[in-house]
Write a protein that binds this ligand. Structure first.
Ligand code: ACO
Length: 428
């Protein structure tokens, strides 16, 4: 291991340099404060490695994404979502027997405790399904409090999230809940819980099932993003799996993260309802005073292209064609992408479409309502969160996550009793 030398106020400090298997290097500053009194400053953690991980590799400059070493393009073409979930959580691709056992276990744990159904009665009909998903994931910890039962709890979580998600949708449209069916696969079962009605037989459309697998796979992990870091942060205190994942769901909800897929579709609809003038919106995105951003564009890590977006762009064409859906929003999305990719503002800042740019159009084509888009992201990301949580718990070097700060508030001052405080009231 080599060292980096830091010169600070005339003194030299040797800091170890560590390298990953793909030769990315990091300066280990964990001893810096003890040696020098200084901390590092990196708001938004854009340049901070918070852990070492063997799950997902991303090279943002070259547009590379691999799960456990396997390129996303190959996984997307050949694997099922359940296979990918196994790969992420347990580290290797499953054998036939392992996959069959894992699938069976997932099938056997899809039911919610009947009591839990009452929770849905308490939520307003207008409740956002992400709020419900996060609350219900946390409440699983009250039904399965035994943290020693890690493996069963992992299975329970993966198996029950689609049921919770589908129930939250049924609640929002006032239809009866559709119970899970054990003769169906993970994705088929989710589709029937979403779209079946008690009075009619439901047949799963093969194209829809295939593309749902693809979408979930592409969202399954993305190393230390905002929600995954949240899962690790919460989990690092020793909080249980369900609480950590519930926190991750909440983090994902934000419009700068997973919530962007809903925002993209709303943006495209907005462009259309305002007459389809794409250039006007591109102009607005460049104007900092407008606060408007092109949703689905830009990424903290990808500075070339997001390989997931490339796969989804092609999938959007194929799925819409094979389902005979013609969506004017797809043409708007294509035009927007084309204009932005040739505009110097976006080129200079290396802003490209991200995974959320085309996913909404596909979800729409397969009948998933806009408010459920981020929930779909959460279902896909669940195995990644679980794998990252498990890796953190198993890592003997894990400490409670606790960043430092640079304090910029008032210096010490004497407390003023309430009767002696005066402040000029500013009225609008
Ligand atoms: N539209 C217009 N300008 C943008 C956009 C955008 N979508 N994204 C970034 N920029 C600009 C910024 O204003 C900034 O400009 P400046 O240098 O003149 O100040 C520059 O590009 C760099 O962007 P940052 O915000 O500093 O990049 P950061 O890494 O902090 O943020 C993020 C990344 C949050 C993804 C951002 O690009 C964004 O808000 N995109 C839109 C929301 C989105 O699609 N989120 C989904 C991300 S993928 C995911 O989570 C699954």
């Amino acid at each position: 291991m080599s060292n980096a030398t830091l010169l600070l106020e005339g003194k030299e400090y040797a800091l170890p340099v560590i390298a990953g298997v793909e030769k990315e290097i990091a300066i280990d500053i964990s001893s810096l404060r003890a040696k020098s009194g200084a901390v590092t400053y990196d708001p938004g953690y854009g340049n901070t490695g918070s852990c070492s991980s063997a799950i997902t590799f991303i090279d943002g400059e070259r547009g590379i994404l691999r799960y456990r070493g396997y390129p996303i393009e190959q996984i997307a073409e050949k694997a099922s979502f359940v296979e990918v979930a196994y790969l992420l959580v347990y580290g290797e691709l499953p054998t036939k027997v392992e996959l069959a056992t894992f699938s069976l276990n997932l099938t056997r744990h899809t039911l919610l405790q009947e009591d839990m159904k009452k929770f849905f009665e308490g939520f307003p009909n207008s409740a956002h399904p992400m709020g419900i998903l996060s609350a219900m994931a946390a409440s699983l910890s009250t039904y399965y409090p035994d943290t020693e039962k890690r493996e069963p709890n992992i299975i329970r979580l993966l198996a029950k999230l689609p049921t919770i998600a589908a129930f939250s949708y049924k609640k929002s449209i006032g239809q009866p809940f559709i119970y899970p069916r054990n003769d169906l696969t993970y994705t088929q079962n989710f589709l029937q819980m979403m779209f079946a009605v008690p009075c009619e037989p439901y047949v799963v459309n093969e194209t829809v099932d295939r593309v749902l697998n693809l979408l979930l796979i592409l969202h399954a992990d993305h190393e230390q993003n905002c929600s995954t870091s949240t899962v690790r942060m919460v989990g690092s205190s020793g909080a249980n799996l369900f609480s950590a994942i519930s926190a991750g769901i909440s983090a994902l909800w934000g419009p700068l993260h997973g919530g962007a897929n809903q925002e993209v579709l709303e943006m495209l609809q907005n462009i259309r309802s305002e007459g389809g003038d794409v250039r006007k919106f591109v102009q607005m995105a460049k104007d900092k005073s407008s606060k408007f951003k092109l949703m689905g564009f830009g990424h903290r890590v990808y500075k070339n292209f997001d390989p997931r977006a490339s796969i989804l762009k092609k999938a959007a064409d194929d799925v819409l064609a094979s389902l005979h859906v013609s969506d004017p929003l797809l043409s708007i999305a294509r035009e927007l992408e084309d204009i932005a990719l040739h505009d110097s503002y976006f080129m200079e800042r290396k802003l490209y479409p991200n995974v959320d740019f085309y996913s909404g159009i596909i979800y729409r084509a397969i009948g998933i309502p806009t408010e459920m888009f981020t929930v779909m992201f959460a279902l896909g990301r669940a195995p990644g969160w679980i794998a990252q949580w498990k890796e953190m718990v198993d890592d003997p070097t894990t400490r409670i996550n606790r960043p430092r700060q640079i304090y910029t508030g008032a210096r010490e001052r004497a407390f003023v009793p309430i009767g002696e405080r005066e402040r000029t009231l500013v009225t609008a």
